[in-house]
Design a protein around this ligand. Structure first.
Ligand SMILES: Cc1cc2nc3c(=O)[nH]c(=O)nc-3n(C[C@H](O)[C@H](O)[C@H](O)COP(=O)(O)O)c2cc1C
Length: 197
């Protein structure tokens, strides 16, 4: 039986498997069934927190961390790993409009839920990479996300380059998976309510 993240957090964790060359080249282009199946969709929300900042600097993949309070929503129903879905960031913070209309749209995302074995984190985090070229960071802004599918377990890597390559593949897999009609329709989901007039 697969353990949930909440169960895993209560006892000693086995080391994450290390990604090898062969398993990297054999990755499928699409993940999950043609239509989201339980436990998806999973709804998450919270103000964006600062992580360690390595995502943008080391990996060329900036991530928005969800606050710890939003973690039980996901960790009780599903396992650690890489997921795909849609996210939206509020354009305003403290009553000021700081993001453009384009940046505040519902956008495709990949999410990493886990302990980042490559960096040996001590705490479980949910980090969302929104696939859009943001002009500024958006710490403190409210973010909403709908998680629609699972891509792979989190892994350890022999090098930073190997992790980067896998994250690039995750992004492609997420975009392919979200391009299916039963996934695409979540762009219009009423849960995404910021800035709609
Ligand atoms: C799509 C995606 C997949 C990831 N997969 C892994 C993984 O398999 N193993 C791992 O250790 N970290 C993984 N990470 C997490 C990165 O290690 C993490 O984003 C990085 O440590 C930056 O965190 P920071 O901004 O808090 O410094 C992944 C991140 C993303 C966005």
């Amino acid at each position: 039986m697969v353990e949930t993240a909440a169960q895993l957090a209560t006892h000693e964790r086995p080391p994450a498997p290390v990604r090898t060359e062969t398993s990297r080249v054999n990755r499928p282009d699409v993940a999950g069934p043609d239509k989201p199946e339980p436990p998806f969709p999973i709804h998450l929300s919270g103000a964006v927190q600062k992580g360690f900042g390595r995502g943008g600097k080391d990996l060329g993949c900036p991530t928005a961390n969800l606050p710890d309070e939003s973690l039980p929503q996901i960790s009780t129903v599903t396992q650690t790993g890489v997921y795909y879905g849609y996210a939206q960031v509020s354009s305003t913070r403290d009553g000021q409009t700081l993001l453009s209309k384009e940046e505040a749209k519902v956008l495709p995302m990949v999410m990493s839920l886990g302990w980042n074995p490559f960096y040996k984190n001590k705490q479980l985090t949910a980090e969302i990479h929104i696939m859009h070229d943001f002009k500024t960071d958006f710490y403190g802004h409210e973010m909403k996300a709908i998680v629609l599918g699972y891509i792979r377990p989190e892994l350890d890597y022999v090098s930073r380059e190997a992790l980067i390559e896998d994250i690039e593949t995750d992004k492609r897999v997420a975009l392919n998976s979200l391009a299916r009609p039963e996934y695409e329709k979540y762009i219009e989901d009423p849960y995404f309510g910021f800035d709609r007039n």
